[in-house]
Design a protein around this ligand. Structure first.
Ligand code: DAK
Length: 260
């Protein structure tokens, strides 16, 4: 399918999805979020895709936020609809069966930081900048920032960022656990592809079930989360890859996983 504001490329088992509105620093308007929702359905159905990398077009921005020009004239109802569209789409991203790596190549502000936080793993370039500057615009974070940021970095640091709207650099984002690694701009995509390929070489169903246990389990109490993990673990015994993985270990050879 053709998209106006997105580029979808496939490199072996890895899909690279690029938000492509560089003139607006890849800001998210409703059309872009709707396209994102559609492409996620497409990716979720495609068993040849084992890992997705999400990035922004150009050298300056991952995503510089929700599109301020489209939000300026919203009434309450339109604001609610926009937030609901964002929430539904970002949750779809978070629950996509395949893992998603955010390759954050510049500004990740407001909705852009929230988009990155809905990914499973965040890698940043040295030039990346993060923040939730909504309060400087008279807004609150509207795409999950008040919920995902505290879960990732703790309520104290999240409150400071959400109350001040301060922008932090990649090293600070690394220090507080918002990103896993920081790379030079030149090597960011190479490193993202390396990590994606490492994950793609593991048993796909086991990776997907691990993602499900993490994403669903962290929002449950421990007893229910453990019960869910037990179900997920049990399910792996219905896969051929489990037999292959354990057999290969015992035969001292590399496993050949087929995603079944
Ligand atoms: N929206 C629309 N256009 C944007 C944009 C944005 N978020 N960010 C940048 N642009 C546009 C600029 O207007 C400019 O367009 P032209 O003037 O060239 O036409 C172009 O991108 C280049 O930007 P600059 O000229 O400003 O570039 P600089 O290098 O000087 O500055 C910057 C880069 C990232 C520091 C600056 O552009 C900036 O501060 N941008 C805004 C960042 C920001 O505040 N982002 C958070 C947006 S608020 C909700 C739902 C969602 C949200 C909230 C509530 N509900 C429904 C309740 C989410 C809110 C946000 O994400």
């Amino acid at each position: 399918m053709e998209y106006t504001n997105l580029i979808l490329e496939q490199n072996g088992a890895i899909a690279v999805l690029t938000i492509n509105r560089p003139k607006a620093l890849n800001a998210l308007n409703a059309d872009t979020i709707t396209e994102l929702s559609t492409v996620l359905d497409e990716l979720g159905r495609d068993s040849s895709v084992k890992v997705v990398i999400l990035t922004g077009s150009g050298e300056k921005a991952f995503v510089a936020g929700a599109d301020i020009s489209s939000m300026k004239e919203f009434n309450t109802l339109e604001g609610r609809r926009f937030a609901q569209l964002g929430h539904a789409t970002f949750r779809k991203l978070e629950l996509l069966s395949q893992p998603v790596i955010a390759a954050i190549n510049g500004f990740a502000l407001g909705g852009g930081c929230e988009l990155a936080m809905a990914c499973d793993i965040r890698l940043a370039s040295e030039t990346a900048k993060f923040g939730q500057p909504e309060v400087t615009l008279g807004l609150t974070a509207g795409f999950g920032g008040t919920q995902r940021l505290p879960r990732l970095v703790g309520t104290g640091l999240a409150s400071e960022l959400l109350f001040t709207g301060d922008i932090i650099d990649a090293q600070e984002a690394y220090r507080i656990g918002l990103v896993n690694h920081v790379y030079s701009s030149e090597t960011l995509m190479e490193e993202a592809l390396k990590l994606a390929n490492r994950i793609a070489g593991r048993a796909p169903k086991a990776v997907q079930l691990s993602k499900s246990a993490i994403q669903r389990g962290t929002n449950m109490d421990l007893d229910n989360a453990q019960a869910y993990e037990a179900e997920v673990f049990a399910l792996t015994f219905s896969t051929q890859d489990q037999t292959e993985g354990c057999t290969a270990f015992l035969e001292r050879r590399k496993p050949v996983f087929e995603g079944r």
